[in-house]
Design a binder for this molecule. Structure first.
Ligand code: FES
Length: 125
């Protein structure tokens, strides 16, 4: 649940949809992007679940390759390499969320996503 958001907001469902997140545990030694190591907690990485092509929810994760597939037009992203696009029409990597474990052991975000969430054709300069 994004901080400061409540179910009373009139655009709650829209905001929740934009905040959809994938949490995946990788072996730290399998993480290729060293920045990603700093943005993760003990191999747990957090990426936007919204495809950067036209915004479908991504949900097909392949554990052996660490690839995640968008079911709409088959864009494929490598979660062990900064969410980089390795196949398909998506033009940008999946935005990553920097996380850590707090004093109680709960994962928490340390800021916003690395890039605007969603399709590449809006919210970008
Ligand atoms: S919306 Fe994901 S590949 Fe088109």
């Amino acid at each position: 649940m994004p901080e400061g958001m409540s179910e009373e907001q009139h655009d709650f469902q829209t905001e929740i949809a934009k905040a959809a997140l994938m949490l995946v545990r990788l072996q730290p030694e399998n993480i290729k992007d060293k920045r990603e190591l700093d943005w993760s907690h003990e191999g747990i990485v957090a990426f936007s679940k919204i495809c950067t092509h036209v915004g479908c929810p991504i949900n097909l994760y392949e554990q052996q390759t660490h690839h995640v597939l968008c079911p709409c037009h088959q864009s494929t992203f490598d979660l062990s390499d900064g969410g980089r696009v390795i196949f398909g029409p998506a033009g940008h990597a999946l935005p990553q969320l920097r996380i850590r474990a707090n004093d109680q052991g709960y994962l928490e975000a340390m800021g916003d996503f690395s890039e605007p969430v969603g399709p590449a054709y809006w919210e970008r300069g």
